[in-house]
Design a protein. Structure first.
Length: 380
């Protein structure tokens, strides 16, 4: 478990004084408050966002960390129902996001989904955004007796002004694992993307469908694909919207994070490539319905599975950030905001690193940081 620094510090008058460092909500709101400092959000925004996080967790926020996690969530390795990420662009402060499972304290998957939907609709009322896209899919992803590993996750991009951008993640396995592809195709069709499924690459699984809700410039429907054995050159080829330069960037990123390149970031020596394939996740974003072609491509690499400890994971993430002229010092400040443990003492704090290509925009890099509220995975 992470260190015992005060989670709410000087927010005693904000309604968070009920939370203690030994409670789930106390720990994660403290981490989030310190991360808000890293990305230069002001006090008012920070107070808003830590309250939103605590409220969204519901009764689980007051659950003692001495007890097991409220549910066996797949959101993180140790079943903490919260994860952080920082999205980097050259020459700017990274954007902070928090991913959470609102229904983590529910008794079963159906109740988990009902709680998640309620929390999203409360957010929509608070911040005046539409849930029409989600409403069109409710019967598809929230059957009476759902299957799958989760029901609904919610991601908040924490923007200045106290109004976040909201994204929901839904499970294509809700109607059974054997119907995942069928569910994804139906979801895309209902949202007007009738040709989009045929633009997806071969995949071993479809773990998530995600929807942008609220204040997004171009709201996306995103389909995530799992690849149990993906080669770097395949990853580059799957970035179908990118020109040759973008494909080369994707291939180089793959080798850096997987440690199969020769770039001083933990890669193989003397130009050796090491294993030819790695487990990876691709994400394909759709914003227009005319062509069926994606407008965005992301390669998510589970860096924690390729390294012995988080010191190595941090080195590989930093190598990518520096390659693109991004603020690697902000990553170090973020890691220090979440934990005081030496990076070499565990693996999984830096869970994923992603390279994002969006049509008409510069590439960005996202680093995913675990809360580790319940357990630190030992180094390999």
């Amino acid at each position: 478990m992470t260190g015992g620094r005060s989670p709410i510090r000087d927010f005693a008058g904000s309604g968070l004084s009920r939370l203690e460092p030994a409670q789930l909500g106390g720990l994660v709101t403290g981490q989030l408050a310190r991360l808000c400092e890293v990305v230069r959000l002001d006090r008012a925004d920070t107070e808003t966002y830590v309250e939103v996080l605590a409220d969204s967790l519901g009764p689980a926020a007051e659950r003692s960390l001495a007890l097991p996690p409220p549910s066996p969530t797949l959101l993180s390795d140790d079943h903490t129902p919260v994860e952080y990420s920082l999205a980097f662009l050259p020459g700017s402060t990274p954007a902070l996001r928090v991913l959470l499972e609102p229904g983590c304290g529910s008794g079963d998957l159906a109740a988990n989904g009902r709680t998640g939907l309620r929390v999203i609709r409360e957010m929509a009322d608070r911040w005046n955004f539409s849930t029409d896209q989600l409403d069109r899919l409710e019967d598809l992803f929230f059957p009476a007796a759902p299957a799958g590993a989760f029901a609904l996750w919610c991601a908040l991009e924490l923007r200045p002004g106290g109004v976040p951008a909201v994204k929901v993640y839904l499970s294509p396995a809700a109607n059974g694992r054997d119907r995942r592809a069928e569910t994804v195709r139906e979801a895309l069709a209902r949202l007007g993307h009738r040709q989009a499924f045929d633009a997806l690459p071969p995949a071993d699984d479809f773990p998530f469908v995600a929807l942008d809700l609220g204040a997004w410039q171009a709201p996306r429907v995103k389909v995530y694909c799992t690849h149990e054995s993906l080669a770097a050159e395949q990853a580059g080829a799957y970035s179908r919207l990118a020109p040759d330069e973008g494909r080369d960037q994707t291939t180089g990123f793959f080798h850096t994070i997987a440690g199969t390149g020769n770039d001083g970031a933990g890669g193989a020596a003397d130009g050796a490539r090491g294993p030819l394939t790695r487990r990876a996740l691709t994400c394909h974003s759709f914003t227009e319905t005319a062509t069926g072609l994606p407008s965005g491509f992301t390669l998510h690499m589970p860096v924690r599975t390729y390294v012995e400890h988080d010191g190595q994971a941090r080195e590989r993430a930093v190598a990518v950030l520096r390659r693109y002229g991004m603020d690697s010092a902000a990553l170090d400040r973020a890691l220090a905001a979440v934990t005081t443990r030496p990076l070499s003492d565990g693996v999984g704090l830096v869970a994923y690193v992603a390279l994002v290509h969006q049509r008409g925009q510069a590439p960005r890099v996202t680093v995913y940081v675990s809360s580790e509220a319940y357990e630190v995975q030992p180094p390999r």
